[in-house]
Design a protein around this ligand. Sequence first.
Ligand SMILES: Nc1nc2c(c(=O)[nH]1)N[C@H]1C(S)=C(S)[C@@H](COP(=O)(O)OP(=O)(O)OC[C@H]3O[C@@H](n4cnc5c(=O)[nH]c(N)nc54)[C@H](O)[C@@H]3O)O[C@H]1N2
Ligand SMILES: Nc1nc2c(c(=O)[nH]1)N[C@H]1C(S)=C(S)[C@@H](COP(=O)(O)OP(=O)(O)OC[C@H]3O[C@@H](n4cnc5c(=O)[nH]c(N)nc54)[C@H](O)[C@@H]3O)O[C@H]1N2
Ligand code: SF4
Ligand code: SF4
Ligand code: SF4
Ligand code: FES
Ligand SMILES: [Mo]
Length: 889
Amino acid sequence: MIKLSIDDQAIIAVEGQTVLEAARDAGIYIPNLCYAPDLKPYGGCRLCVVEIDRMRGLPTACTTPVAEGMVVHTDTPALADARRTVLDLLLAEHPLDCLACVKNLNCELQRVTAYLGFTERCLPHSGRVQDVDDSNPFFRLDRNYCILCARCTRACDEITGNNAIELIDRGYESRVGTAAARPLIETNCRSCGECVAHCPTAALVPKDYVKPDSETATICPYCGVGCGIKLQIRGGRITGVTGDEANPASNGRLCVKGRYGIKEFVHHAERLTTPLVKNRDGVQVATGWEEALEHTCSKLIRYRPEETAVIASAKATNEENYLIQKLARAVLGTNTVDHCARLCHSPTVAGLATAFGSGAMTNSIGDIKDAGCLLIIGANTTETHPVIGFEIKKAVRRGARLIVINPVKIPLGSQADIFLQLRPGTDVLLLSAMCKVIIDEGLYDSAFITDRTEGFEALAATLRGFDLDHAAAISGVPLDHIRAAAEMYAAAKPAGIFYAMGITQHSHGTDNVSAIANLALLTGNLGRAGAGVNPLRGHNNVQGACDMGALPDVYPGYQETAVEACRQKFEAAWGVKLPQQPGLTIPEIMDAIDRGRIKALYLVGDNLALSDADSNRVRQTLAKLELLIVQDIFPTETTDLAHVVLPAVSFAEKDGTFTNTERRVQRIRRAVKPAGDARPDWWITAELGKRLGGRGFDYEGPAEIFREINALTPSYAGISYDRLNDGGLQWPCPEATHPGTPVLHTERFTRGKGQFKAIEYRPSTEQTDAEYPFILTTGRSLYHFHTGTMTRRVNGLLTLQPQETLAIAPYDAARLNISDGDTIKVSSRRGEITAQAEVKNQLAEGVVFMTFHFPETATNILTSPAADPVAGIPEYKVAAVKLIKVIKS
Ligand SMILES: Nc1nc2c(c(=O)[nH]1)N[C@H]1C(S)=C(S)[C@@H](COP(=O)(O)OP(=O)(O)OC[C@H]3O[C@@H](n4cnc5c(=O)[nH]c(N)nc54)[C@H](O)[C@@H]3O)O[C@H]1N2
Ligand SMILES: Nc1nc2c(c(=O)[nH]1)N[C@H]1C(S)=C(S)[C@@H](COP(=O)(O)OP(=O)(O)OC[C@H]3O[C@@H](n4cnc5c(=O)[nH]c(N)nc54)[C@H](O)[C@@H]3O)O[C@H]1N2
Ligand code: SF4
Ligand code: SF4
Ligand code: SF4
Ligand code: FES
Ligand SMILES: [Mo]
């Protein structure tokens, strides 16, 4: 604590604060323009000058740290003079068309001008007309309004690490520029809008800005980062989105989808607004709710439990997923309830449960900054969890080591200390090789191994005979690079591992996860900030859907259906006999439909017809159902096949909770009225429950459902809506006074000791051959989300990425005489599609990459249904394909 005086007021400031911050905290306004609380002090605009006793000249308050006994004056004639000179120069360059400006009443230049008592321009307007960059679909850079405060360029550098813009040239010529003076859209700008959010004037503004009349704090509906957003509302419609600075997961940061990808889909004309029921001619006809629900229930009730399946939704809230699995178990009498986590992190849930006893991210987004080393494997974080990507880049700039392991040179790959470009499907070999190096070189943490783990000897024994040269040859990574990565990971403590689909979506996905757990256990990188094994969860609420028991083998809170005591607990709570028969996973459900065993499917918020592997077969399978009920917010390739379509509201039209990737339970809040006659998922599921004769489906709303979750789910027991008002809580949170758990396994593992697992490498099921010589690996791009139901309805996102491409290495392209834009027929053993070629240095020879965001190019026609025997996840990341050029661009 530091005592100082500002304008004769005694002030207590925190050491390290600047004079500007101390004044602001004390409610004293010092004019400023280049200052932003989340950026480093800059001292560029010189408006915040102050006088400080015993200090010469006029120091800038935003760069001067507070000191004991300091005496500061913020408002003297000399200061007024100095500031006026600065402002005169700024205004000579600035339009004074405030009334017509979108920033009117919201502009920091206006505020400073008013404070200094300016009523007119003193110097003549320079008359200069500067370039406007209109190229970005979401925002405009109008340099005529720019005051060169560098907040945008610093945000792009310090926050996003993208460095797409910078202040170029000196003096009068100085301006916000891009590399080679190209339009923003042609740079590496990722349209995150952090620059726009930081601009004090109208130089960077959203193109369609409308002044809101209210704001609602809620959570982004796209990825598992769970960024806090504020929906700006005017006239009952969302007009814009800003980052919620109070949110501890994101601290106000957003990516392009959260900031610009929401309002268009929420208010889109194609939203489902009434229930649809297929008539005798096979045409879906609009009906009322009463009729649709009665029709659905009268059909559904005819099927026996083993003929019925339920698929829940990682897009829906915790409350909704809880009800969906309750409906399946307590009313339909089946444990056959699953959701897209099966296609995603099911190997994580299985592998980490074995190793640690809990299948969730061990650490928090907030402790990325504490890591000495970050190992990013099978994850493309800057594109798929962009706000976590920001944190990783920031940590690296602060000096953390970065190791990236990926068959594709992803954006983080070019910033890595070590980038290992392995062949798809060889992670077990590479990770085992790293473990062997660590053991052979004695780099392991023996105290941790002795105190906190078991099974080390078995692992060490298996690795004794492990052939490092063979691992290098098969993975395609030189042995000395593997060794360097092992040494770096073991040395730079604490070291955190971050992984996602490149690890899980294999027929040996669970083994990959176990291999990662081994590496962390060996080096003692668990149970403390900055370390950990961090599966980055995909959907906004996939963590929550798992937590809520939307899985065939567990009730809420991972209480196993096979354990008698658990079953009894839920039987008592729900007042019914619960099924003992184990439930089926999504691939098993598909097989059972194929074989005519399952006849009715209730599917919520999932576009399986496009997202499941081998989609030609998936569509044929879904078409065999006697009753397919699909609940979505849009018509999709899956609702097309449905007998009944139930229109759900979007996240912006309902209340509830989502649980993000770091286990943080956060509230979402209704901000606008439902589209048409759409209803919240919880309401629809509860209606089905009631009408099918279920007890305990009479809920007033999500809060009441959440209280039931509390009572039955030990890890959520201490969480209540009231406690979630600022910042959310990370489970486990067993009691109402518990602060939540940012780091798991600090004293002991959930299962007691950490369990090593000796693993045998199994090659991918699908292998290349003379006919299918390329490995196709699939994934995501920043601008679209999965099957594109939401992002393809946002014009700007479509502008940024209009279509599917087939990324191919230059060497292969040259060999096949393929160039950018050529139309290529891509065929696998299951089907074919066409896509435009994009020749990319980031790919290695023999590997091609596609996303699955575009129905016209239904990538999953190609992918293999071969599944992991433990988790049932399809091998999305390895399919053998051949390429034939059909049209030259
Ligand atoms: N923009 C956007 N963001 C999203 C999503 C989206 O659709 N769009 N979806 C969300 C969801 S549900 C999920 S699950 C996450 C997924 O997030 P990520 O897993 O990060 O995304 P992917 O692109 O599927 O795959 C990640 C990486 O795995 C690499 N890879 C492929 N094969 C292998 C291999 O054999 N070994 C290794 N080590 N790496 C391999 C790929 O090259 C790719 O870079 O993203 C979430 N975020
Ligand atoms: N080739 C390939 N295929 C993959 C993958 C891959 O990497 N490669 N990844 C797999 C992975 S990890 C995943 S998670 C899956 C994702 O696959 P899906 O989950 O099927 O993909 P989405 O397109 O996100 O589908 C979500 C659906 O929910 C709807 N929706 C949105 N909000 C709500 C709501 O509040 N209520 C209701 N009822 N519906 C809502 C949307 O309109 C959309 O139709 O794809 C898998 N498929
Ligand atoms: S939108 Fe994001 S990446 Fe693009 S210039 Fe602005 S801050 Fe940089
Ligand atoms: S564009 Fe805005 S934030 Fe960037 S330098 Fe100009 S006034 Fe400052
Ligand atoms: S990082 Fe994920 S949660 Fe955050 S704004 Fe982007 S899509 Fe939304
Ligand atoms: S705010 Fe201090 S110099 Fe700009
Ligand atoms: Mo996912």
